[in-house]
Write a protein that binds this ligand. Structure first.
Ligand code: UD1
Length: 416
């Protein structure tokens, strides 16, 4: 199995272009199921999750032509509305096929995602929302089976803010009869990017980016071309890596307006940050200061950046409290960081990190995508070699991470 070997201690310096956003690309690819003409998606990141989503669509009869950073998906000849367990278990976002399939095909069988390393992560709100639109839903042998001759618009209140839940229901509502109002909707930039793509396909959507999204259903959606927004989590990860190594890095093609919460916290840590139209330059020469934070739905601090900030706090001056409010079991990186010498205690859903002067390289194991990113950051600052096992987690969400970090001066290599 492949591992990442990192020899830490180099301050990152240089420029890196931010790739397309995984969490925008996945729902946008799924949106191709709604259309009877080809959808061309550009600025696609080269990631295992993106390949899995395209494979899933192909199994349903979608014709896919893929290039390096683009794909054209033609769902006009959809044959099978089925998302099998073997694909869904490797990628929870496969659940995004449920809404579009039910809306366009009148029927869908999608595997339940099952357990997940970072918590329970139910999909009850996806199911309740579709049922409110008139779908008949049964759960049999681990599969969600939804049928609906034509979905009907409805007022749907989601009692927890759910990103893929909002996306699934927004897609389904595009082809429903009448108007749907999604209340307490997710305001994440990726939801907005999906809405823009759907609008280009002919959907009538208002209020995306606020907590009430209204969708006026139409009979059919057509083809379109859409460029995926840049990845704010990848961008944030590079910024934290630069800060932790006391470096000087410029991001290009950066999603500047979606990075506010992260940039604020990095400034609090002592970094100077210059923001351009689509560039962010970060410089930090001294030891970072400890920064406390609490994760929250957008525009709050993103849970997908929590692990990286724990790595930063591990070498910061002072003690930080990091509280996770979205997922109940998202501190698995903590015990691995401790192996590198980090001093972290967990009390309930808060990690208390007492910064140390230095970390020391060790063998560690990646447990999930963002946990892996925090181990990479810690490895970049640790003295000696850090060897990270199970990096397939990392390849789900970061494109060629080792070559892009190498270009910034890091001593990092993929080894088998
Ligand atoms: C998405 C992101 C993920 C991010 C998360 C939170 C994608 C592909 N993934 O995941 O990277 O960490 O948002 O920003 O975009 N919940 C329910 N019932 C539901 C659905 C969710 O109770 O039906 C709960 C979850 O258990 C969790 C919270 O809602 O506690 C938020 O989860 P959700 O926003 O749905 O996460 P995902 O969409 O799976």
């Amino acid at each position: 199995m492949q591992k990442l070997s990192i020899h830490g201690g180099v301050a990152l310096a240089g420029e890196v272009r931010v790739a397309g956003a995984k969490n925008a690309a996945l729902p946008i690819l799924a949106a191709s199921l709604l259309a009877s003409a080809p959808l061309r998606v550009t600025n696609l990141p080269q990631l295992n999750d993106v390949r899995t989503m395209i494979r899933l669509l192909e199994r349903m009869g979608v014709k896919a032509e893929t290039g390096a950073h683009e794909a054209t998906l033609d769902a006009s000849g959809l044959t099978e509305a089925f998302a099998p367990y073997d694909l869904v278990k490797t990628m929870r976002a496969s659940i995004l096929a449920l809404g579009p399939l039910t809306a366009r095909h009148g029927e869908a069988r999608v595997s339940l995602p099952g357990g997940c390393a970072i918590g329970e992560r139910p999909v009850d709100l996806h199911i309740k929302g579709l049922a409110a639109m008139g779908a008949t839903i049964t759960i049999e042998a681990g599969y969600i089976h939804a049928t609906a001759p034509r979905l009907k618009g409805a007022r749907i209140f989601m009692d927890t803010v759910t990103v893929t839940g909002t996306e699934n229901l927004m897609m389904a509502a595009c082809l429903a009869e009448g108007e749907t109002a999604l209340e307490n909707a997710a305001r994440e930039p990726e939801v907005v990017d999906l809405a823009r793509c759907l609008i280009a396909m002919g959907a009538r959507i208002h209020g995306h980016g606020t907590d009430v999204i209204s969708i006026e259903g139409v009979k059919s959606l057509g083809g379109a071309e859409h460029s995926v927004m840049p990845d704010r989590i990848e961008a944030g990860t590079f910024l934290v890596a630069a800060a932790a190594t006391r470096g000087n890095v410029t991001l290009t093609a950066a999603p500047v307006s979606s990075l506010e919460a992260v940039i604020d916290k990095l400034r609090e840590a002592g970094a100077s940050i210059a923001v351009g139209d689509d560039t962010v330059r970060i410089t930090l020469r001294q030891r970072p200061r400890a920064v406390s934070l609490r994760t929250a739905p957008h525009p709050g601090f993103p849970t997908d950046m929590q692990a990286q900030f724990i790595a930063l706090n591990a070498v910061a001056d002072g003690t930080a409290h990091v509280t996770e409010t979205i997922f109940e079991n998202r501190f698995m990186h903590v015990q691995e960081l401790r192996r590198l010498g980090a001093r972290i205690d967990i009390e309930g859903n808060t990690a208390i990190i007492a910064g140390v002067e230095r970390l020391t390289g060790a063998a560690v194991m990646a447990t999930d995508l963002r946990a892996s990113a925090s181990l990479v950051i810690a490895g970049l600052v640790a003295q000696g070699e850090t060897l990270i096992d199970r990096i397939y987690h990392l390849d789900r969400g970061y494109e060629r991470i080792e070559s892009r970090l190498s270009a910034l001066g890091a001593r990092i290599a993929r080894v088998s």
